[in-house]
Design a protein around this ligand. Structure first.
Ligand SMILES: Cc1ncc(C[n+]2csc(CCOP(=O)(O)OP(=O)(O)O)c2C)c(N)n1
Ligand SMILES: CC(=O)[C@@H](O)[C@H](O)COP(=O)(O)O
Ligand SMILES: [Mg+2]
Length: 584
């Protein structure tokens, strides 16, 4: 094959025609390709750059897609996508109608398992390996998992099971000592010792009955190929420990690995980030959370901050920097984060447990069994609620209102703006007798002057934002902004419910008596969400008003920017206005 190689390679079968000496050159080309596209189209950069050699080696040695390759989280799978039939459409990555930023089963036969949330790869690969055995098939099953993801409970559960099987499973631990933020915990320390060569005898992987090899240099492609060839011949569960550098091949990305996890647009030549226009903008909700918790924690020494592996994304990092003994990054461990907070609450501490809405799905039982059932006043701050944009179906925080609303003893609040977020955080830490979930969106708010003096929020109180005659619109949370714009010039009333639970029943009785038609608007699933709550209220009190519920329809919403996705589901200003005017 002639250089440059990448242009001749569409599928792994083309790649397998190369000689091993050619692979480093291919790696260089693949890296450049990823950098050039991500520089303008954005996306996850550092993780994919770090596994370029590993990706090539895996497809070179194994007979994918017959051999099953599973990427944990999948944010590192750009090279895999490019080498498995998606090079020509890689420019559409994460865009509306384009390919997903994560492996997805209905996108390609090479995407053996759909991912996005971490630490699922070992269980999924083990399931496939056991299925192959039962089906009498001779296949390889490979899970590639990062050092932060393998520290999660679910990955441990998979390893624990794998160790008592003879399933043909290869786990590749891609150890770059960082997640989105630096990896944490005792396992990280253990892996560091293994790398230093000071912990060879007490190998915890071998103790689990899993064949351990490594650590090897994950950028030495011929070394990885020969090790994979060797492991291919060994039956049963095995783990290969590979050391890589996140962001490999782009200096800035290697140097500032947190920033370059998903850097936004940058100059492909220099790696420099493209500066955003210098206009005064409202703050990100995450920063309002991050600064407000510091402000509150300086006054209330019982306040604790907890994040499962998202100190930067949640902005808990500000508290970790300023009050390190009361702010905890517990790693990718949502279940632990919730029960840790519950334990602290039993002892009179005031834990703020900040978890992305989508990731709290993993700790559902802990919310019910460890927090709500025991009425422990944990303060959940659910960031990235609603449609999150380009991460797509795996990451939209659209189920929370439905999955939380049915839990007894739980207050649920959604701030309309940043000031409301601050005030509910202030109110919650004054002392509630039950847990509260505060859910707010990804991105920026609407209030430039957000840092106003705190004021107490009256629990269960909705407010009227606009008075009109023809119909009543009830919205929840930050989608109120679209509603406000959509009703400009219309003679309608607009209420912000604020609390999904408890509902402001007194206000609802007034609304149901005054208006024939009521429209609810939420950026969560229609089924089970606020609209459902209003329908239940109407049925309970025998109201016969016309009720229209707007929100996320019953289906998984793909990737695209938030404006496009809102348009798709009819939550954009124009879509809302059309519905409102039809009902006047
Ligand atoms: C359950 C869950 N929690 C949190 C995240 C957010 N998240 C995505 S990637 C990542 C870090 C993964 O680190 P690692 O496994 O070491 O992979 P690397 O990025 O270093 O390749 C985190 C915390 C997630 N995707 N899923
Ligand atoms: C892959 C993953 O789960 C994270 O990197 C996620 O994309 C972060 O989302 P935010 O960009 O909203 O912090
Ligand atoms: Mg890592």
């Amino acid at each position: 094959m002639q250089k440059p190689f990448l242009q001749h390679i569409n599928y792994p079968k083309d790649l397998r025609k190369l000689s091993i000496e050619d692979l480093p050159n291919l790696a260089k080309e693949l890296r450049e390709f990823i950098i050039n596209v991500v520089a303008t189209k954005e996306g996850h950069l550092g993780a994919s750059l770090g596994v370029v050699e590993l990706t090539i080696a895996l497809h070179y040695v194994f007979n994918t897609p017959e051999d099953l390759l599973i990427w944990d989280v999948g944010h590192q799978a750009y090279g895999h996508k490019i080498l498995t039939g998606r090079k020509a459409i890689f420019e559409t990555n994460r865009q509306l109608g384009g390919i997903s930023g994560f492996p997805k089963r209905d996108e390609s036969a090479y995407d053996a398992f759909g991912v996005g949330h971490s630490s699922t790869s070992i269980s999924a690969a083990l399931g496939m390996a056991i299925a192959s055995q039962l089906n009498g098939e001779d296949k390889h099953h490979i899970a590639v998992i990062g050092d932060a993801s393998i520290a999660s409970g679910m990955a441990f559960e998979g390893l624990n099971h794998a160790g008592v099987t003879d399933a043909n499973l290869l786990v590749i631990l891609n150890d770059n000592a960082i997640g989105i933020d630096p990896s944490v915990g005792a396992l990280k320390q253990y892996l560091t010792n293994v790398k230093k060569g000071t912990n060879r005898r007490n190998n915890i992987i071998e103790a689990l009955n899993i064949d351990y090899s490594g650590p090897i240099n994950g950028h030495d492609i011929s070394k990885i190929v020969s090790e994979l060839e060797r492991l291919k011949k060994i039956k049963g569960p095995k783990l290969l420990h590979v050391i890589t550098t996140k962001g490999k091949g782009l200096k800035q990305a290697e140097r500032d690995q947190v920033k370059y996890h998903a850097p936004g647009k940058f100059n492909a030549e220099t790696g420099d980030l493209i500066p955003k226009p210098d206009v005064k903008q409202a703050p990100k909700y995450q920063d309002v959370f991050g600064h407000t918790i510091v402000e509150l924690a300086k006054q209330n020494h019982k306040i604790i901050g907890i994040t499962p592996a998202m100190p930067t994304g949640s902005s808990l990092k500000y508290m970790m920097e300023q009050i390190p003994d009361r702010a905890f990054d517990v790693g990718i461990a949502e279940q632990h984060a919730v029960t840790l907070a519950a334990g602290m609450a039993t002892q009179g501490l005031v834990p703020f447990c900040n978890i992305y809405s989508t990731f709290l799905q993993r700790a559902y039982d802990q919310v019910i069994h460890d927090v709500a059932l025991q009425k422990l006043p944990v303060i959940f701050c659910l960031d990235r609620a609603g449609l999150v944009g380009e991460d797509g179906a795996t990451h939209h925080g659209v189920f929370d209102l439905a999955y939380l609303r049915c839990i007894p003893n739980l207050i649920i609040f959604a701030p309309r703006n940043e000031v409301e977020l601050r005030n509910i955080m202030y109110t919650a830490q004054l002392g509630l007798e039950m847990p509260i979930a505060i859910r707010y969106p990804r991105g920026r708010g609407i209030t430039l002057d957000w840092k106003q003096p705190f004021s107490k929020v009256e629990l269960g109180k909705a407010i009227q934002l606009k008075k009109g005659k023809n119909l009543a619109i009830l919205s929840i949370g930050s989608i109120a902004k679209n509603v406000s714009e959509a009703i400009e010039g219309l003679n309608v009333s607009h209420y912000d419910l604020r609390f999904v639970k408890p509902l402001d029943e007194a206000l609802l009785h007034r609304v149901f008596k005054e208006y024939r038609t009521i429209i609810t608007v939420e950026d969560g699933t229609i089924k089970g969400g606020v609209g459902s709550a209003i329908l239940e209220f109407a049925s309970e009190h025998n109201y016969k008003n016309t009720i229209k519920t707007l929100g996320i329809p019953d289906g998984f919403i793909e990737h695209g920017n938030v404006n496009e996705l809102q348009r798709l589901v009819g939550l954009d200003v124009e879509g809302l206005r059309n519905v409102f005017t039809k009902h006047i």
